[in-house]
Design a protein around this ligand. Structure first.
Ligand SMILES: N[C@@H](CCC(=O)N[C@@H](CS)C(=O)NCC(=O)O)C(=O)O
Length: 217
């Protein structure tokens, strides 16, 4: 049995689970994952066995438990420094932390209006001004990252890291709801969609049988 287990929600819908799982994949260590189907009878009790907040994702590493996607990223970055989950340079790292925190605490309109649903047949949804503003802010910060720090690869800070994991569900949303985006944002979405772990999750999500009506908008 692996010493590391990540408890996650439905792959089709659980954007916070996707973030933490991508971080763990990037850490390059063996782990097990357990899907706890969300918003079903008994879900909360099952989650609470592993996560004191009653939410997923939660990570167990030996006798350490870490819950909350961003805390999981910070823990993995500390414990597996070779994976370079944060950029090495302080200025880039501060930027990466800022945009990761901005995602973690923000973009509520986009998240609410365009719930992650990887199985969705691509189909546009009319956007409110607030959602358009969230999408524009995200495209602007991606462009700024790529221009200032992206030389070493196709991701926000070159190599794939925590900041990319935090924004990966946004890529899924922009695609599923056919949100109009500029060429720079489209190129970044392509890079995420080519990332092997993201594809692995995407394929598994497509196969999942559970349907949650409230996220099928
Ligand atoms: N801030 C948390 C959010 C976690 C969260 O909202 N998880 C949702 C699934 S994406 C959940 O566990 N919902 C189940 C419930 O509330 O019963 C994080 O970053 O991990």
């Amino acid at each position: 049995m692996a010493d590391i287990t990540i408890y996650i929600g439905n792959k089709n819908y659980s954007s916070w689970s996707l973030r933490a799982w991508l971080m763990l994949k990037q850490a390059g260590v063996a782990f097990e994952s357990e899907v706890i189907p969300l918003y079903a009878p008994g879900s909360k009790e099952k989650i609470l066995r592993h996560s004191p907040s009653g939410k997923v994702p939660a990570l167990r590493h030996g006798d350490v438990t870490v819950w909350d996607s961003l805390a999981i990223g910070e823990y993995l970055a500390e414990v597996f420094p070779k994976a370079q989950l944060w950029p090495a340079a302080p200025a880039a790292r501060a930027y990466a932390r800022s945009i990761s925190a901005e995602m973690h605490s923000g973009f509520a309109n986009l998240r609410r209006h365009l719930p992650m649903n990887m199985r969705r047949v691509v189909n546009p949804r009319p956007l409110t001004d607030e959602v358009k503003a969230d999408a524009a802010r995200i495209a602007a910060l991606w462009r700024d990252c790529r221009q200032r720090f992206g030389d070493g690869g196709a991701f926000l800070f070159g190599g794939f890291g925590i900041a990319d994991a935090m924004y990966a569900p946004v890529v899924s949303r922009l695609r599923s709801y056919a949100v109009p985006i500029d060429a720079d944002a489209a190129a970044y979405c392509d890079a995420i969609e080519r990332h092997a772990p993201y594809r692995e999750w995407f394929v598994a999500a497509k196969d999942e049988p559970m349907v949650l009506a409230e996220f099928e908008v």
